[in-house]
Design a protein. Structure first.
Length: 151
């Protein structure tokens, strides 16, 4: 049995439930906003940390991939690696193409094309979508509950 002051009546059951629901919804909105912020930060890191570079195509393959050579713009090292070449590039370009190289983060030095998108971008997009949808759902549930209590 809980200890209550002698003169006070017991609290109605609905009050405790409403307070807990509000706390859960508020924490849900806060967590979703944090997830969205991490996604936005990651998206800024991915998009802001790339540099466009010129590539020399060494060999083309029938599946659309090719082997390219490029120079790292920061360390000036020569690299050779796989790349998804643009199949519609102008014949005047010959064995030239362009791509992007990541300048920072865990994907530093990775080469990618504009069609593929930056490494890590899908993760950042997923975090932003999850945070936005979760936050909107929490806000919607909170508004519906508040409307039900008002009516």
């Amino acid at each position: 049995m809980s200890a209550q002051p002698k003169g006070s009546p017991p609290a109605p059951l609905g009050v405790v439930t409403r307070v807990r629901r509000r706390a859960v919804l508020r924490w849900g909105v806060a967590v979703c906003a944090l997830v969205f912020a991490f996604g936005a930060y990651g998206l800024g890191e991915v998009d802001g940390s790339s540099k466009r570079i010129d590539l020399t195509v060494i060999g083309e393959h029938s599946d659309g991939s090719c082997t390219v050579r490029w120079e790292d713009p920061w360390t000036e090292e020569k690299h050779v690696g796989p790349f998804r070449c643009d199949q519609d590039r102008d014949p005047l370009l010959g064995m030239r193409d362009s791509g992007f190289v990541v300048s920072s983060g865990p994907h530093r030095g990775e080469l990618y094309s504009a069609e593929e998108g930056a490494p890590g971008r899908a993760r950042a997009d997923a975090l932003m979508v999850a945070g936005g949808v979760g936050g909107a759902a929490c806000l919607l549930v909170g508004c519906v509950r508040r409307y039900q209590l008002a009516v």
